[in-house]
Ligand binder design. Structure first.
Ligand code: ASP
Length: 331
């Protein structure tokens, strides 16, 4: 029998309430296996409670502790399943993918739009699928939801109502579950384990560019000590360069060794800073392209890269980090 570790972090899957009281984390008394005994047919499963949070309360230090837990536990199991709220699952999945670059077995995250205790729920199928894929799936940090396995560092929450909560606009699913499981050719191969690096820089901002964004607000953030910014720019990576130009922000950032990464507001397509004057201006002022990465992946990668940077070497370290893929996060 394969051995799995099932780590509970919180989320709707084990919540109670709703209509009219808000859904809230339940006192975690139920054993997931008692609620869903069929899981025992999939694997020999050990459960561990890491936290019992609505994922909107997850913080970067939770990603790091969760990563350390998984890193330490993995050699004793065939795979790990992590139950997590959907709201920030893509951030945690991205952070875990970067914190665990040397995977040789699956780490599968899942959650649900409706609690396990509800009659109409997606929790049962998501959990069964996640456990199955933690046994037979690829050595990646994935998100299993609605009969699909997505690469965690490519996924984003797209739906707060429907059962298909996640999409992965720039990367087709790693696996689709129907009568059987169909795996894609682009799953990552096994990678040798590497030591765990817990360093992370939290003084980072993600800012959506919009018409009227006052550059003084970003200049103020640089004065206040921000170390890195993910700027969600328009289209192919364009920023305003005439009225309310953001170019002086990028120039000041470069002078202060603050890394600015340009992501796109468009879920599909890639940043191409050579295509328009707005992108060329950003590139000329030292901005780094996030390519086709999600904002979740760009932000967590920037936090981890800057955590490893020498002081005075932040922009260089970030540029090197975004020049190559760490876990299949860019195309
Ligand atoms: N607010 C919940 C959470 O992210 C939503 C969910 O679990 O789907 O924890």
């Amino acid at each position: 029998m394969p051995r799995l570790l099932l780590v509970h972090t919180g989320g709707t899957l084990m919540m109670r309430g709703g209509d009219p009281a808000p859904l809230a984390p339940d006192v975690y008394t139920q054993d997931l296996l008692a609620e869903l005994p069929v899981l025992k047919k999939v694997a020999d499963i050990e459960t561990r409670i890491f936290s019992n949070l609505d994922s909107s309360d997850m913080q970067p230090h939770h990603w790091v502790s969760l990563g350390a837990l998984v890193h330490e536990a993995l050699p004793s199991y065939d795979g790990v399943v992590i139950v997590h709220g959907t709201d920030t699952m893509a951030y945690t999945a991205s952070a875990l993918a970067f914190l665990l670059p040397g995977l040789d077995r699956p780490v599968v995250m899942t959650g649900a739009q409706k609690p396990l205790g509800d009659v109409r729920t997606d929790a049962r199928s998501n959990l069964v699928d996640a456990c199955h894929l933690a046994v037979v799936g690829p050595p990646e940090v994935g998100i299993v939801f609605d009969s699909k396995l997505l690469r965690g560092c490519r996924a984003t929450k797209m739906d707060a109502w429907g059962m298909s909560a996640f999409g992965s606009p720039a990367c087709t699913p790693l696996a689709e579950l129907g009568l059987g499981v169909h795996f894609s050719a682009h799953v990552l191969p096994k990678r040798a384990a590497v030591s765990f690096d817990a360093r992370i820089e939290e003084r980072v901002l993600a800012v959506r560019t919009f018409p009227g964004l006052d550059p003084r607000l970003l200049l103020g953030a640089i004065d206040a000590g921000v170390r890195g910014i993910v700027l969600e720019a328009f289209g192919a990576g364009n920023i305003p360069r005439l009225e309310n130009s953001l170019v002086p922000v990028l120039e000041k950032a470069r002078a202060m060794d603050v890394a600015v990464v340009i992501a796109s507001q468009c879920p599909r397509g890639s940043v191409d800073l050579a295509r328009y004057l707005g992108g060329a201006a950003a590139s000329g002022a030292g901005a780094i392209s996030a390519g086709d990465m999600t904002t979740e992946a760009a932000l967590t990668k920037l936090m981890l890269a800057l955590g490893r940077a020498e002081s005075e070497g932040r922009v260089r370290t970030a540029r090197e980090a975004f020049a190559r893929s760490w876990a299949g996060e860019m195309g």
